[in-house]
Ligand binder design. Structure first.
Ligand SMILES: [Zn+2]
Length: 403
């Protein structure tokens, strides 16, 4: 073939490709900031995204705990759903630190300004004794860890494998997201996504049990990642240290999740999540708390027959009717109860068990130790779940301010 002749001719008369590659890697390592493993771990703890760009089969030897796996071939196409802002710090890692150097240049070309290369790659990370997780579960570990699930005919080996192959997106790593993320991770849900742009505050610790006093001031996603991996290294955790808004919601929620759990604490996010889930056809597990009371529901709307969150609350209640937890207070264990109910609805959905709260609203009152389940009908006036939702997304802040 003419092309082959041309190639071999070039090789004979010019330099070897390897020399060219070495030159290029040397040039890139001058230009791209390199981090030793411990410095990379510190930056990761303070909120940077650590991306493992190796091929899936290379993960058998482990991956840095909590890292995001985006194989080199899909890096440029998928990075934006994990890092929607180009000023967020990102550390790239491969096996030895060479492929990640080339990948770092590609991210710089996309406009990312704070791109770092993990010098020495995964080998150096492992050699430094930093935390590692193993995405594949071997037989013994599987049988021991999930023994109580395997003993239940409703779950069993097939159900447990289903959970390990499932994914849940949790919006908010706060009061509701904490127990939900803990129990879903303990249950062996294979992939958990966590969206939260806030940092841990000391006043959160009365109820947000994912976080510790030592994590005050740290990003909630980083603090949550540390605790969840300590609990169950089988779980792949994808963190999104951002506030969900109309510009990033579709790419985050649409990042191949099976079900979405609303652990947010504000109305703009609740309406946005409802609308995005309808558009993407995903089930949404709703939960809310107020002082000694809580509510749980499941919305899987969009075909014109089933209700959505907007059918329950066509407009956000006024600030006086629905003060935030910060204003009204909440019994610390209340989000624990509601978050666990939300996790239960997610597991029921993933395993197709029992009767879903779809189309019903569960209300819980711990003072009277009573629960009530009310039927929810679709509001015929609701445009969003009518089967043909409006184009685009409204201005949620303005919509909720009008209340
Ligand atoms: Zn509706």
């Amino acid at each position: 073939m003419p092309g082959d002749r041309e190639k071999s001719g070039r090789q004979e008369s010019g330099t070897r490709p390897r020399d060219g590659l070495d030159r290029r890697l040397a040039e890139l390592s001058d230009r791209i900031a390199g981090l030793e493993p411990h410095r990379a771990a510190d930056l990761y703890k303070s909120g940077a995204c650590l991306v493992d760009i190796r091929e899936p089969h290379e993960l058998e030897e482990g991956t840095p705990a909590g890292s995001t796996h985006l194989p080199r071939g899909s890096l440029e196409l998928e990075i934006q759903s994990h890092l929607p802002e180009t000023d967020q710090p990102v550390i790239l890692m491969c096996a030895s630190g060479q492929r990640s150097l080339l990948a770092a240049e590609a991210l710089q070309q996309l406009g990312y300004q704070r791109v770092y290369n993990l010098v020495g790659g995964f080998r150096a990370w492992k050699g430094a004794g930093l935390p590692i997780e193993y995405p594949r579960v071997d037989g013994d570990r599987f049988r021991t860890r999930y023994a109580r699930h395997l003993a239940m005919p409703e779950v069993g080996e097939a159900g447990q494998k289903t959970l390990l192959a499932s994914s849940v997106l949790i919006v908010g790593a706060g009061g509701l997201g904490s127990p939900a993320a803990f129990y879903l991770a303990a249950a062996g849900v294979g992939r958990i996504g966590l969206v939260d742009g806030d940092r841990v505050e000391r006043s959160n610790l009365q109820r947000q049990i994912l976080h510790t006093d030592a994590a005050v001031g740290h990003p909630k996603t980083a603090s949550a990642a540390e605790r969840i991996h300590a609990l169950n290294p089988d779980v792949r955790l994808d963190t999104y240290p951002v506030r969900l808004d109309a510009t990033n919601a579709e790419s985050i929620v649409g990042d191949s999740y099976d079900i979405v759990l609303d652990g947010s604490d504000n109305f703009p996010t609740r309406y946005l999540l409802n609308d995005v889930c309808i558009r993407l056809g995903l089930p949404l597990v709703y939960g809310a708390v107020f002082r000694f009371q809580g509510q749980v529901g499941v919305f899987h709307a969009g075909d014109g027959s089933r209700p959505c969150y907007r059918c329950l609350f066509p407009r956000p209640p006024s600030g006086r009717d629905a003060p935030s937890c910060a204003e009204a207070g909440v019994l610390g264990l209340m989000p624990g109860i509601v978050g666990c109910f939300q996790a239960a609805e997610a597991v029921k959905y993933l395993l197709d068990l029992g009767q879903s709260l779809q189309g019903r609203l569960l209300s819980i009152d711990v003072l009277s130790a009573s629960t009530r389940t009310a039927r929810l009908d679709r509001d015929p006036e609701c445009a969003w779940c009518s089967g043909s939702p409006p184009d685009g997304y409204p201005d949620y802040q303005a919509f909720c301010r009008e209340a």
